[in-house]
Design a binder for this molecule. Structure first.
Ligand code: PLP
Length: 430
């Protein structure tokens, strides 16, 4: 039995499914998940000593690559000063000021520890601000694992949602309405029937948890205006896209008129530089709902943890235009070669891309919603993934995830990915 197999067997005895987050279990690609012991730059190393070029990037945070020396030093210095105080620190304000300076509509920022907390808090703020209960979300958009966001579409468009997970009470799921993405008619219908009960609409700034699925031209601006027309808020979830797709996230791609700006933003992943840190931010009058100013309660023993803030602040400061230029160049090279390899192998596919973020769907055209994303030939992904892994490239272990490049992917790392693609494409062809 290999070292990895032994580690997984042991893990399965002590940890449910052997993993602390489900997609790590390799359920949709088969085989034993790799146990990683170290990472540097564009590489991760498993417990058997194999090194892989990494396109997971810790699911997003690693824009500078792994273990960037300046980030590691900042973390070490912060740790040496004390791991956690449970009191305010100057660096928290510096991080908030940095984000406020970057993202126009974010006037204030509250730090939390996970993206799940950020979206959960954003929803509570929207409810507190509007005095309404219903939340609209889109099918296939992932906003973390709070009860109300683990909701699945009901039987009709304007019907209340059903639990999408065991343990979610129907009464909670029924406060959510799940709509097909990019579908203006569906949104209009829901606002027509429930408009005065809707507190807010939450949307991934660009969907990236069903593969990358782009918003139709103008959809989010229209969504903001529609929500505002009914007294509801728009929450733009930039947990995955923020400080990744561009320096200013999706917001940086098409800064919108004030009327079409989201009221609340959520951030995670890059903002913590690989440490547990996330944030909710937005209009000052909306953020003023939060305790201790307002009646909406939110708190956290480790919120704004000094070691996490050191990692996040250093990462954001280092992530300059050159970093995003390099990430774009890597994304160009890898997505271009991916298309070439799949075309040569005769595999129908479409690459979707937003800024530095992209994914491939085994479908004739890029999906516009979850139904289309699910209709792809996802069975082609497992052999593709396994071939890449055997050739030393570590991809997200699911057909429905984006690929995460970093500025540390140098020409050598990129060449290793490009060299692996033709054989993987042939494996996908079957
Ligand atoms: N929102 C989006 C768009 C995400 O992609 C994720 C996680 O992948 C979350 C929220 C939840 O973040 P976390 O895993 O830090 O709780």
């Amino acid at each position: 039995m290999s070292v990895n197999d032994t580690l997984f067997e042991r893990a399965q005895r002590a940890i449910p499914g052997g993993v602390n987050s489900p997609v790590r279990a390799f359920g949709s690609v088969g085989g034993t998940p790799k146990f990683l012991v170290s990472a540097r730059g564009p590489f991760v190393t498993d417990a058997e000593g194999h090194e892989y070029v990494d396109l997971v990037g810790s699911w997003g945070p690693a824009v500078l690559g792994h273990a960037h020396p300046a980030v590691v030093s900042a973390v070490q210095e912060a740790a040496a000063r004390g791991l956690s105080f449970g009191a305010s620190t100057p660096a928290e304000t510096e991080l908030a000021e940095h984000v406020v300076g970057m993202i126009g509509p974010v006037e204030q920022l509250r730090l939390v520890s996970t993206g799940t907390e950020a979206t959960m808090t954003a929803i509570r703020i929207a409810r507190g601000f509007t005095g309404r209960d219903l939340i609209v979300k889109f099918d296939g958009h992932y906003h973390g694992h709070s009860d109300g966001l683990l909701a699945a579409a009901g039987s009709g468009l304007a019907t209340l949602a059903l639990p999408a997970s065991g343990g979610v009470p129907e009464a909670v799921a029924s406060q959510t309405i799940v709509l097909p993405y990019n579908d203006r008619d569906a949104v209009e219908q829901v606002f027509a029937s429930h408009g005065d009960r809707i507190a807010g609409v939450i949307v991934e700034a660009a969907a990236a948890n069903m593969g990358v699925v782009l918003p139709a031209e103008g959809f989010h601006a229209w969504l903001a205006e529609t929500a505002h027309g009914h007294g509801a808020l728009l929450i733009s979830d930039e947990v995955l896209t923020g400080f990744r797709v561009t320096r200013r996230g999706v917001w940086g791609l098409d800064e919108l008129a004030d009327t079409a700006a989201p009221d609340l933003f959520t951030f995670g992943k890059v903002i913590g530089g690989g440490m547990p840190l996330a944030a909710v931010g937005g209009r000052a009058d909306v953020m003023a709902m939060l305790a201790p100013l307002g009646p909406v309660y939110q708190a956290g023993t480790l919120s704004g943890n000094p070691v996490a803030v050191a990692a996040g602040l250093t990462t954001l400061r280092l992530a300059d235009d050159a970093v995003y230029a390099r990430m774009n160049a890597v994304a160009d090279a890898v997505s271009g070669a991916l298309t070439d390899a799949l075309s040569t192998a005769g595999v129908e596919h479409a690459v979707s891309r937003v800024g530095t973020l992209f994914s491939v769907a085994f479908a004739p055209e890029a999906p516009a919603d979850f139904a289309a994303a699910k209709a792809q030939e996802a069975f082609r992904f497992a052999p593709f993934f396994r071939s890449m892994l055997e050739q030393g490239v570590y991809l997200p272990p699911s057909a429905f995830e984006a690929w995460f490049v970093s500025a540390a992917h140098d020409d050598g790392a990129v060449t290793q990915i490009l060299d692996a693609l033709p054989a993987a494409a042939r494996a996908a062809a079957g």
